[in-house]
Design a protein around this ligand. Structure first.
Ligand SMILES: Nc1ncnc2c1ncn2[C@@H]1O[C@H](COP(=O)(O)OP(=O)(O)OP(=O)(O)O)[C@@H](O)[C@H]1O
Length: 410
């Protein structure tokens, strides 16, 4: 590429899309790690985590840390940020290595160990080639130990979404490697999870070897979400964002347990909606549309994996919600509607008991709310079902299933 080809404005109208709205869209990427002065409301967590990692900077053992918090609370961001800071802070005589592993992708022990070996290796220095696949777990461990001792005094490993890993012995092997004399390099682990009960489920041997401190990340409030978004407005062209965009996106994300990921997602999406409709500015209506998209994406993920019977039960409640002034319905009413849909799409009709279980599963997923009502001694206890999600979005998502499409012609 010549320097000329990358400079100057693009004048081919085919490739100018989005340019009127966005200046640097990368700032709104989820994986983007903002600079320290753009990290909002996490000073306390940053300083606590820094204390735990302090050893690494001086060439001795960092402590292990377990970080909990809901999705979008900045756990990965703060962990990555501190790894970078620790590297920068270390003196010339201390070699620190850091590696980030997403356990949603590397779910087995072998995958994690081979990823660690690859990420921490530098073939030019170690003369070790780490194959992507094909070795046993223990061979990957041996490679990893050699690489660590050839390159580093201490290493910090981030294991994000650790609860998604199939096995837990990795935690034990990494935390005991130095003590067991396999390496002289010290390892500190930052394990991250949304599930507070994660540690309790570990086997006793793993628990006792993974000596750790715990750190909880609180959800952001609407003010912090606003500030997080304000710090990224240079993703947009000057004067493109109208005043109500950020407060509205913050309000939506605050409703959802103060999720910064969602806030940034909505902001980016709103820009895309504005851009696609050839608008000059991003406005409230674009944010509302973006929020609907986000809802749909989240819900689609939940529903698309559900069995057809579960979708049918949900569709029955949805149809009642859409066609009535009420928003709560007795299980018997929902069941009648379910029978009608089953007959129409030629699906087996489950017993009322199994049908009730399907609705309970939907309640567990947070899609439906079930309330017990007591109709007195003669009437007994009844269950009222209410759809929590937007009924239009639910209907549209369920009807994407080819089996259910028959119903859309109803
Ligand atoms: N305090 C913050 N300041 C600026 N941006 C933030 C802050 N917290 C989170 N973000 C941004 O929000 C997004 C999600 O954050 P992050 O991935 O760290 O959340 P998480 O708690 O690890 O969530 P998950 O459990 O879903 O992985 C990222 O784009 C991140 O840059």
């Amino acid at each position: 590429m010549t320097s000329d080809s990358s400079s100057g404005p693009i004048d081919d109208p085919l490739f100018t899309s989005g340019h009127r709205i966005f200046k640097n869209k990368d700032l709104l990427k989820i994986g983007h790690v903002p600079e320290a002065d753009r990290i909002v409301g996490r000073d306390e967590e940053i300083s606590k985590l820094a204390k735990r990692l302090n050893g690494a900077v001086h060439g001795y053992s960092p402590e292990n840390v377990m970080i909990y918090g809901k999705t979008g609370a900045g756990k990965s961001l703060v962990s990555r940020h501190l790894c970078q800071r620790a590297k920068n802070a270390a003196g010339d005589d201390v070699d620190i290595g850091t590696a980030y592993i997403d356990c949603a992708e590397d779910t087995t022990e072998t995958q994690v160990v081979s990823s660690l070996a690859m990420k921490l290796n530098d073939e030019g220095v170690t003369d070790i080639a780490v194959p992507h696949t094909g070795l046993s777990t223990s061979k990957y461990y041996k490679l990893l130990w050699r690489i660590l001792d050839m390159r580093f005094d201490s290493v910090i490993v981030i294991l994000d979404e650790i609860d998604l890993m199939d096995e837990d012995s990795l935690l034990m092997k990494l935390s005991r490697a130095e003590e067991a004399g396999k390496i002289t390099c010290s390892i500190g682990i930052i394990a991250i999870s949304n599930k507070v009960q994660y540690i309790d489920q570990l086997n006793e041997r793993v628990k006792s070897s993974f000596q750790h401190k715990e750190l909880f990340f609180k959800p952001y409030d609407a003010n912090q979400l606003r500030e997080i978004m304000h710090n990224r407005t240079d993703a947009f062209q000057d004067d493109v964002l109208t005043d109500d965009v950020i407060p509205l996106a913050a309000a939506f994300a605050a409703q959802e347990h103060g999720d910064a990921r969602k806030a940034i997602d909505i902001l980016r999406h709103a820009g895309e909606v504005a851009s696609e409709s050839d608008a000059d500015t991003v406005r409230e209506a674009h944010v509302r549309q973006a929020q609907q998209h986000a809802e749909k994406d989240r819900f689609r993920e939940l529903v698309s994996g559900s069995p057809t019977q579960a979708k049918t039960a949900l569709l029955a409640l949805t149809e009642l919600s859409l066609n009535s002034a009420e928003d709560s319905f007795l299980t018997s009413q929902v069941y009648d509607q379910y029978e009608r849909i089953c007959a129409h799409v030629e699906l087996d009709i489950l017993s009322v008991r199994r049908f009730r279980d399907l609705l309970k599963e939907q309640a567990f997923l947070g899609i439906v709310e079930i309330e017990k009502i007591n109709k007195g001694s003669a009437g007994g206890i009844h269950l009222q079902n209410r759809l929590i999600e937007d009924a239009h979005i639910v209907r549209e998502t369920i009807l994407e299933d080819t089996r259910m499409q028959e119903w859309s012609t109803e």
